[in-house]
Design a protein around this ligand. Structure first.
Ligand code: ATR
Length: 260
């Protein structure tokens, strides 16, 4: 039986095992997918276990998407570009890091028929998943990508990935068509992102990478003021779908009821 894992810290709330085990069963694959909380000192051993095929593949989540890179033999072009790895597999005796967050974000937007082309995008946050979102937006033809992060230095570092990135101070709000929350603000019930919603013209897309809670305060307010909203659930499902394809060479079926 093949073995797959999602590793991170914390990991207890990860829904990846539920999703992957559902598809494993649906496709009659002899495999199991588990979650494991790790520390940075455990990474070396886990990669060795992939090398000797005790583990057949892993997903990597917060906070290891970047720190795992030096332990790998090779990165795919997308993982290298984003400097972020969420899916690992072994091929030709090499442990390879890939990135399906980029494709997951793109497919998520496609599923709601949102066209990024010629749009101005405003990103909040510069954490682990932000580089993947910037690459996806640039591939999809965004006219302008503006970013704001509490710690400005981290936003500046993202210019290495996308040199046209515009940086503004935390708390400032530019003109935009779509706003994306990539911060962890919203995970807790009382978390608020300071925005003068009433000053913004309606009919923008408010996107939150968070999907648990289903609607963060950021999305609840955006809706109240007449905007379209979307949480990170479909991005999460599609990144998993792409990882499943890499490991099992089967594209599992996605429907909106998954994870309900
Ligand atoms: P990491 O920083 O390890 O990649 P993450 O969860 O992927 O972790 O990212 C956290 C993001 O949420 C960061 O952009 C962080 O801003 P800082 O870079 O300034 O830390 C942002 N964030 C978390 N708590 C915040 C808060 N209370 N106010 C504003 N931004 C916050």
């Amino acid at each position: 039986m093949k073995k797959y894992l999602v590793v991170g810290n914390p990991i207890e709330h990860s829904l990846s095992p539920k999703l992957h085990n559902h598809w494993i069963k649906e496709n009659n694959i002899d495999a199991i997918y588990e979650k494991k909380q790790i520390n940075e000192s455990d990474i070396k051993k886990i990669i060795e276990e992939i090398k000797n095929e005790k583990i057949n593949g892993i997903n990597v989540t917060v906070p290891f998407k970047k720190t795992i890179i030096p332990f790998l033999n090779e990165l795919t072009p997308l993982a290298r570009e984003a400097q972020s790895v969420n899916t690992i597999f072994k091929k030709d005796n090499k442990v390879i890091g890939d990135n399906t967050d980029i494709g997951g974000f793109e497919l998520g937007l496609k599923s709601i028929n949102y066209k990024v082309e010629n749009k101005k995008i405003f990103i909040l946050g510069a954490g682990g998943v932000t580089s993947s979102i910037i690459i996806a937006l640039s591939r999809l033809g965004a006219t302008k990508i503006i970013i704001s992060n509490r710690t400005k230095k981290k936003a500046e570092n993202l210019k290495k990935i996308y040199s046209k990135l515009e940086i503004i101070d935390w708390g400032e709000v530019p003109d935009f068509d779509m706003i994306i929350n990539t911060t962890s603000l919203g995970l807790k019930k009382d978390d608020e992102i300071k925005l003068e919603y009433s000053n913004l013209k309606p009919n923008k897309l408010f996107y939150d990478v968070i999907y648990n809670p289903i609607q963060t305060n950021f999305l609840v307010k955006a809706k109240k003021f007449g905007n379209q909203i979307e949480n990170g659930k479909m991005m999460f499902i599609y990144q998993a779908q792409l990882a499943f394809k890499i490991w099992h060479n089967v594209m599992p079926v996605v429907n909106k009821k998954l994870l309900d």
